[in-house]
Write a protein that binds this ligand. Structure first.
Ligand SMILES: *Cc1c(COP(=O)(O)O)cnc(C)c1O
Length: 468
């Protein structure tokens, strides 16, 4: 590797660029004929020099700055790390003769992240307020505020905040009386929490295939999978996309089935002018750290049914009678959210429009810069559905997804493959009804970094990787 980092002082700027391109570290160490270190040149230094009128055929030594950071052989890792910062991530190590003998590279994991929470509004202020109030457990003003604000944002009457999105799903199923002997239809492409909640309720999941264009549950497959034991359907608005709720609701009312919308990845998405999460009997949300809105860990159930609201509140709180403390009528859970989490949630919700707009902007940037690649297929915009961007999604249609992901990782660009289809995991395969589309989509799908608008060099690198 060291040979790809060393550039003789009489080599040209162009040759230095070639080295930088091959070492992928963004810089070279300039040495004299005796291998003595003269300086460090970064790709940024070269860019600035070219803009200032320097030529690609000039000697690299004309760019080489005399002030640079280096370490001496024998220094401790702590001493060397202390010399690194956001900009300087790697440096040359020289021996007592000033010769470059090694280099140090401080890898702080990925520099381009898939997701990171945006906490730049009133999150800290409200959190501190909740803390100072000493109401840090599951009572306090922020809980009811978050429940009210979020349910009215989605367009639902009632909100029941929970400890996480999986608890919300389980709570919804328990409130609907779903249990042993019941079948619940779930899509094959979803995060496993959807099916786990069904299994924890003691019911039998039935996994059905997804649609080719939306990647959401296929209503025709739901219809085929219905038996006399079917009790509920859990459409998942996966990757911010709306399920075909009109068709699903029609099937549900024809067969008298409950609909629990899993909207964990679709805060703010709208279907035919109404927000998803306001369309089923109950909907569930997650506020995990990588979701569109976050409270660290957290979730919520929404409903328009006062009786379901009441049941969920009791079940969330140990099944304890609301009027008679320590009296338990039903077997409940502790699925409460804390006031601290809710305080963060209230602040997050204040900025949901900005958060969604930013994510859309990130997706637009990818589409603009990588849109010419024939092997990338972007998420579909469907008639009547205003999807939201959770993580930027694409299908890689040339079969090389996994290879690209390895290359991205080598360049510090993180990514995620789509969820495995549930039916391909031995844990769930016995519940599979149909799965051919979801298998294909799952193998092709990738989530690109959605934490920030990637800068030009990252876009160029991605373009290069996906074209290779
Ligand atoms: C994240 C997620 C969940 C679970 O939420 P947690 O808060 O992590 O328990 C459930 N369903 C889907 C589709 C999810 O993406």
């Amino acid at each position: 590797m060291l040979d790809k980092l060393l550039c003789r002082k009489d080599q040209t700027v162009l040759e230095a660029l070639r080295l930088i391109n091959s070492n992928a570290l963004g810089a070279v160490f300039v040495v004299d004929r005796q291998d003595k270190l003269m300086g460090v040149v970064t790709d940024g230094d070269i860019r600035r020099a070219l803009l200032a009128g320097k030529d690609l055929n000039e000697k690299i030594s004309v760019i080489c700055q005399p002030d640079f950071v280096y370490a001496r052989l024998g220094e401790s890792p702590q001493e060397i790390i202390a010399r690194t910062n956001e900009k300087i991530r790697f440096l040359p190590i020289i021996n007592s003769d000033g010769e470059v003998v090694d280099y140090f590279h401080h890898r702080k994991g990925f520099s381009v992240q898939v997701a990171s929470p945006d906490l730049q509004g009133n999150e800290f202020k409200y959190l501190v307020d909740a803390f100072l109030s000493t109401w840090i457990s599951s009572s306090g003003k922020y809980i009811s505020l978050f429940e009210q604000n979020f349910s009215s944002y989605v367009g639902c009457q009632y909100g029941v905040a929970t400890s996480n999105g999986t608890a919300a799903l389980h709570l919804a199923l328990m409130a609907l009386g779903v249990g042993p002997g019941d079948e619940v239809i779930v899509p094959d492409l979803t995060f496993a929490a959807t099916i786990n909640a069904v299994l924890h309720a003691g019911a039998t999941p039935v996994i059905v295939d997804i649609l080719e264009d939306s990647w959401t549950i296929d209503p025709a497959e739901i219809e085929k999978a219905i038996t006399p034991r079917t009790k509920a359907i859990i459409p998942v608005h996966v990757y911010g996309q709306c399920c075909d709720m009109e068709a699903i609701q029609a099937i549900a009312s024809r067969h008298k089935l409950y609909v629990v919308e899993d909207a964990a990845e679709a805060h703010g998405a709208a279907y035919q002018g109404r927000r998803v999460g306001s369309l089923g009997n109950i909907s569930t949300y997650s506020f995990f750290g990588n979701k569109i809105l976050t409270t660290g860990e957290g979730g919520m159930c929404l409903t328009n049914d006062p009786e379901l609201d009441r049941k969920m509140r009791v079940l969330r709180d140990h099944g304890m009678n609301k009027k008679k403390r320590y009296w338990h009528d039903v077997l409940g859970f502790n699925y409460r959210m804390t006031n601290l989490q809710a305080a963060i949630g209230v602040a997050q919700l204040e900025r949901i429009d900005d958060i969604l707009a930013k994510r859309r902007q990130i997706e637009d940037a990818y589409r603009a810069q990588l849109g010419d690649l024939p092997n990338l297929q972007w998420q579909t915009d469907l008639e009547g559905c205003e999807r939201v961007v959770w993580l930027v999604c694409a299908l890689i249609t040339d079969g090389k997804r996994d290879r690209y992901m390895v290359e991205m990782k080598e360049h510090g660009i993180d990514s995620r493959p789509f969820f495995y289809s549930l039916s391909e995991m031995p844990l769930y395969e016995q519940y599979a009804f149909s799965s051919s589309v979801s298998r294909k989509v799952s193998q092709m799908g990738i989530n690109l970094p959605t934490a920030d608008i990637p800068d030009v060099s990252v876009m160029e690198k991605l373009h290069e990787i996906f074209s290779s």
